[in-house]
Write a protein that binds this ligand. Structure first.
Ligand SMILES: Cc1cc2nc3c(=O)[nH]c(=O)nc-3n(C[C@H](O)[C@H](O)[C@H](O)COP(=O)(O)O)c2cc1C
Length: 317
């Protein structure tokens, strides 16, 4: 996720026990090839390069192929093509979900990238431009025929943003139509929901925003799984405890270490706007944090909140 799934967040998640696979932020193929000033940060594969899937975004197939070949030489778990981003500034350039407009164009790209890389090749996409399941199946079958090894489906149409809930029935239905694994993504809000979706008809579940909101979500899910079918979790279930107060400064420390100074403020704001959702007065705190102009100010305001609301510092799960 752009501005979110950088090394600092991955380190934080890993500190809670990690997850099976991480996706990088989307990496612009053009900027990577041009040797942009921040590319070294985008391709930093830590803390678990062997679990990291690099995601590429772009509109020019030749550039994407060359960028994929470059990433293929780094230690990683795979290369993913972004065919799902519907942000207007991405889509209007012909990148992201714009690839879904043409099965041939997308299929040719997949074939070319397939020839250029040895790593596992995957594609992340949306349901399409409208609700047309047959088109989605034809689109994905072509990707499969060209050597794509798994699909992550965020089952919303290009124009939907987060307005309606994700169509999880598409995930199972698509999986039945393909010979390759399908990961489902969309609206995972809790560890219990992660477990419930993982037990359903899909091969993997991707958590997006919830991983920033609750970086311990994967640890919590593992704890629930070992407890058996205890969904929702039992009231007296204290498999883990999260120190919310300390997690904020811990993230800031990781940010300072693993991101360039130019990114510190924007990434801190992005993260805390999710992380504050764990707190009773989180919206109020978000506003205060957004007024701060540096990490030290953010930490001061954060600590100040817990000085008044000490009862919220620890979270049991
Ligand atoms: C801030 C933000 C940045 C995102 N950046 C990316 C991205 O770079 N690549 C991508 O495939 N999806 C990106 N997404 C979409 C998520 O991967 C995911 O598909 C979507 O948020 C739905 O999943 P969720 O409900 O678990 O968050 C982004 C979402 C958000 C909120």
């Amino acid at each position: 996720m752009a501005e979110l799934s950088h090394r600092a967040l991955r380190e934080l998640i890993d500190g809670f026990g990690g997850c099976d696979a991480y996706f990088s932020e989307m990496i612009s193929a053009g900027a990577l090839l041009a040797g942009g000033p921040f590319e070294a940060w985008y391709i930093d594969g830590g803390p678990r390069p062997e679990k990291l899937v690099y995601q590429l975004v772009g509109a020019d197939s030749q550039r994407i192929v060359r960028a994929a070949a470059l990433l293929d030489r780094l230690e990683c778990a795979g290369i993913d093509l972004n065919m799902g981003c519907s942000a207007p500034m991405i889509r209007k350039t012909g990148a992201g979900v714009a690839w879904m407009a043409s099965i041939d164009r997308a299929g040719e790209l997949a074939a070319q990238v397939r020839r250029a890389v040895k790593r596992r090749l995957s594609v992340k996409l949306r349901a399409g431009f409208q609700e047309d399941f047959d088109y989605l199946v034809r689109f994905c079958r072509r990707l499969e025929a060209e050597g794509v090894e798994f699909i992550t489906l965020h089952p919303r149409t290009a124009g939907e943003k987060f307005r309606r809930s994700a169509r999880w029935d598409y995930v199972g239905a698509l999986r039945r139509e393909l010979g390759i694994p399908v990961a489902g993504n969309g609206d995972i809000a809790s560890a219990a929901e992660l477990c419930r979706r993982a037990a359903g008809p899909c091969d993997a579940v991707m958590a997006g925003r919830a991983a920033a909101r609750r970086p311990w979500i994967f640890a919590h899910a593992r704890a629930l799984e070992t407890q058996g079918p205890a969904y929702p979790p039992r009231a007296n279930f204290h498999a883990g405890q999260v120190n919310l107060e300390e997690t904020g400064p811990r993230f800031l420390e990781l940010l300072a270490r693993h991101q360039p100074p130019e990114f510190h403020l924007s990434r801190a704001r992005r993260f805390f706007s999710f992380f504050c959702d764990n707190l009773k007065w989180g919206n109020y705190l978000k506003n205060l944090l957004n007024r701060e102009e540096n990490l030290a100010g953010i930490e001061r305001v954060w600590r100040g909140y817990f000085a008044e609301h000490g009862e919220e510092a620890l979270l049991n799960f």
